[in-house]
Ligand binder design. Structure first.
Ligand code: HEM
Length: 206
């Protein structure tokens, strides 16, 4: 299960799966199947996709503890970068479709939608992680790398707050994502995370 060929195939599959929402939504827009507001369709889709990939990234460490399969840790950086990429597309959609690239109205728009600031802070957190996810930065940061990457928890909280602010009228979807986030965070508590390997053994996963 961990031969170099299998791991390469796994990485390629993850790459294709991560790319597929972009291809699908772009096709829908090109075919005029994206509803009356294609810009908003892309904006919301990209934002949601960034959040889902962020949650998937956070599930990889518990999964690798449960199964001891190398493949999960191998794609952690790749998925983290995809979350950042979709967040950038989300920001670009905001700048193009909501602001119409007219930066003079940015402050006015932020006053109308204060949750944009929260989204921007989350994006800065993702940027810091993306910039420090390479070997060079890991070597330079040494012991400080791990505490720095705990910023992902803050990013997740900010994204959930941002999302909550947007959908206050109907929180059904938001509650599902928040529940998933709480479940993933609980798996990281030392009392639970240290038990994952033995649970994996009992379930025949490792
Ligand atoms: C510069 C940063 C950001 C800006 C300017 C921004 C802007 C926006 C706007 C304008 C909306 C939609 C509001 C509406 O319904 O009219 C939105 C929704 C959303 N954003 Fe952001 N955002 C930012 C960062 C982020 C980040 C980093 C994430 C996730 C990693 C994210 C996830 C979401 C989600 C999940 C929604 C709700 C989607 C839905 O209702 O289906 N945003 N954002």
């Amino acid at each position: 299960m961990s031969s170099p060929r299998v791991l390469l195939l796994w990485r390629v599959l993850v790459f294709m799966a991560a790319l597929s929402p972009l291809v699908y939504w772009s096709t829908q827009v090109a075919l005029q199947q994206a509803g009356p507001e294609p810009g908003k369709y892309l904006l919301l889709g990209f934002g949601l996709c960034a959040l889902v990939i962020l949650l998937l990234t956070l599930s990889l460490t518990p999964l690798s503890k449960l199964t001891r399969w190398k493949g999960f840790t191998l794609i952690r950086r790749q998925l983290g970068l995809w979350a950042f990429f979709y967040a950038l597309l989300h920001l670009s959609s905001y700048l193009v479709f909501i602001l119409g690239l007219d930066f003079s109205v940015l402050l006015q728009d932020i006053a109308r939608r204060p949750y944009v600031i929260v989204g921007m802070l989350a994006l800065v957190g993702l940027l810091v992680m993306a910039l420090t996810s390479n070997r060079w930065a890991m070597r330079r940061l040494g012991k400080r790398w791990k505490p720095l990457h705990k910023v992902v928890y803050l990013v997740l909280a900010l994204v959930l707050l941002h999302f909550f602010w947007v959908v206050r009228a109907d929180m059904t979807d938001w509650a599902g994502y928040a529940l998933a986030a709480v479940a993933l965070m609980s798996l990281r508590l030392p009392a639970i995370s240290t038990r994952l390997p033995s649970l994996g053994k009992r379930l025949g996963l490792r």
